[in-house]
Ligand binder design. Structure first.
Ligand SMILES: Nc1ncnc2c1ncn2[C@@H]1O[C@H](COP(=O)(O)OP(=O)(O)OP(=O)(O)O)[C@@H](O)[C@H]1O
Length: 354
């Protein structure tokens, strides 16, 4: 049995008394900025995530406490970023985390051929991602924002190990309460999110499928020219497995992705089953895909920036009082556009739970 998670102390002393900020920003989200820092007593490098407690006039401290609790729960997985210390000021909470020096896997996903991951690299990294995800799922936690920007590397050259970050959207799935909103990144959200269906650990498995596709091909499988097109592609599982994209990549890899990019969450394979999949246990890469076009649907898919966030309504299982919501008017405008594209979304309640 695993030891119970530690209880992180929220330090109220000055962060600057123990750490020195170093170098440029490592990353930035809507309400947080991540900076590299050095612990004065040990000279060790860390990543400090500065999270604003008030967002759009709402007190979001409990959301941050949720993020901390999940990081604590995940302490025992080597593939989830380690939380070192937490500081609290009047306006911010600062998470001092293990520094992942290799940066986002996103960079290698969109790199030129000679810098891009090989299939062998992807097998090793997906294996690690799955071990991290399995640990979360065994603890009834869903990440809900697995994307190449949230999978970091301990080093890039030589290629190190992965660290999963950003538990800002993560939730316990065994909670009984219900909420009907969620933030996600359009290209990575699963169809059930668009269809107002319950979220489960299978929702993360869809994202693992998208991640694997992007890591192997450098192409984002559902990316459309517009947000609406992206949603339509997801909802119709409009994904291509063409020779052009999968040139030199094994059939087993394609089979692996296909067992995850399935509309019905119950039919997707679990993290456990993924780890048993022959693709991940193949020591030598199996035969590459032949010329057969394995497309499920016709249509152009383009690579592009994977950054935009949108609010989506979804059936959800936990109360989350203060998500990073835009104003209600913005959400409603967004949703109107989205609803018009999908009959399934017409049923969305216009009420936004915040
Ligand atoms: N431990 C870390 N080591 C190195 N870089 C990090 C670390 N944690 C985060 N980063 C960088 O900072 C970026 C933003 O971090 P994170 O995703 O946790 O913030 P966020 O505000 O929740 O972002 P988002 O709005 O995209 O959800 C990451 O994508 C990554 O590039």
């Amino acid at each position: 049995m695993e030891p119970s998670p530690r209880q992180t102390v929220l330090r109220t002393e000055l962060f600057a008394g123990s750490y020195r900020l170093e170098g440029k920003e490592l990353g930035r989200g809507k309400f947080a900025v991540v900076k590299k820092c050095v612990e004065l007593s040990t000279s060790k490098e860390y990543a400090a995530k500065f999270l604003r407690k008030r967002r759009k006039g709402e007190d979001c401290r409990s959301d941050i406490i949720n993020e901390i609790a999940i990081l604590e729960m995940a302490t025992f997985s080597p593939y989830v970023v380690d939380l070192h210390e937490v500081y609290e000021t009047n306006s911010e909470i600062i998470l001092v985390m293990e520094y992942a020096a290799g940066g986002e896997i996103f960079n290698q996903c969109v790199a030129d051929q000679d810098e891009a991951f090989t299939e062998k690299d992807v097998i090793r990294l997906i294996h690690q991602i799955l071990q991290g995800v399995l640990h979360l799922h065994r603890n009834n936690v869903v990440h809900l924002d697995l994307k190449p920007q949230n999978i970091l590397l301990t080093s890039s050259k030589p290629l190190g190990d992965i660290r999963i970050v950003d538990f800002g959207l993560s939730r316990k799935v065994d909670s009984v309460k219900e909420v009907r909103e969620i933030l996600g990144t359009p290209e990575y959200v699963a169809p059930e999110i668009l269809n107002y269906e319950p979220i489960s650990t299978a929702t993360d498995m869809w994202s693992v499928g998208v991640l694997t596709y992007v890591m192997l091909t450098g192409v984002s499988p559902f990316q459309g020219d517009t947000k609406q097109q992206t949603f339509l592609n997801i909802s119709q599982v409009n994904v291509q497995y063409t020779q052009e994209e999968f040139d030199g990549i094994s059939k087993l890899a394609v089979e692996f992705i296909k067992s995850l990019l399935i509309k019905n969450p119950r039919k997707r394979i679990s993290a456990d089953q993924c780890l048993q999949h022959p693709w991940l246990s193949s020591t030598t890469i199996s035969a590459p895909l032949t010329n057969t076009n394995l497309d499920q649907k016709e249509g152009e898919v383009k690579t592009s920036e994977l950054t935009e966030e949108i609010v989506l309504l979804a059936s959800y299982t936990v109360h989350c009082p203060c998500r990073q919501l835009e104003s209600r008017e913005t959400i409603e405008t967004e949703l109107k556009v989205v609803r018009n594209q999908f009959t399934a979304l017409q049923e969305f309640q216009s009420e936004v739970v915040c």
